[in-house]
Write a protein of this length. Structure first.
Length: 194
């Protein structure tokens, strides 16, 4: 009768040691993966490109903090989780991942502006006499060239229109030839030439 309680203590102790070993191994494998990816990126990228990666990781890391909502801790601490609990935690994680992904996507142009990274977007500044339909004609030129407007700042001072557009094409900055074509077409439209 004295031998009955002893095996569960050893079993709990073994499980605790095994769980700790797995947690330590997981943490070290994550650190090792991070080190390997850093070394690979350092070999492949120029220092300026590595700076862009650092900016991106800063933004992603900052936003990723909001993904730590604790739904997995709740399931672990729940005395008897059911299938509904697991499904709810998975669904919340999935929706949170999508929401944070869209936030990162929306923050990218703003981060480029904040960090003064000109390689990520093409900036078009327009200073012209304000007229009816000016914004439509300018945006039509950009649309016809397949450009995406990531950010636009529109200002009118008296009869002057002062507009700033941050453009990309297929997610990339416009090439010099595309920029030249854009400039010619915008000048033609602003001057009223056909």
């Amino acid at each position: 009768m004295l031998e009955g309680p002893a095996p569960p203590e050893r079993s709990v102790h073994r499980h605790m040691l095994g769980g700790s070993a797995w947690a330590i191994a997981l943490r070290w494998s994550v650190r090792l993966t991070g080190l390997v990816s850093t070394v690979v990126l350092a070999r492949l990228l120029t220092p300026a490109d590595y700076g862009v990666v650092a900016i991106a990781m800063l933004i992603v890391g900052t936003i990723e903090v909001f993904a730590q909502t604790g739904q997995y801790s709740v399931i672990i601490r729940h005395p008897s989780p059911t299938r509904e609990h697991y499904d709810s935690a998975w669904t919340v994680s999935l929706l949170l991942g999508f929401a944070l992904g869209f936030i990162v996507l929306g923050a990218a142009p703003l981060a480029a502006i904040y960090f003064h990274e000109p390689r990520s977007t093409t900036i078009v500044e327009i200073l012209a006499e304000n007229a009816l339909g000016l914004l439509y004609r300018v945006s039509r030129v950009m649309s016809d060239l397949g450009c995406d407007v990531d950010l636009v700042l529109i200002n009118t001072e008296g009869r002057r229109a002062i507009d700033v557009f941050h453009l990309t094409r297929s997610g990339q900055k416009l090439t010099p030839s595309q920029q030249e074509e854009m400039t010619e077409n915008l000048q033609r439209v602003l001057e009223g030439r056909p």
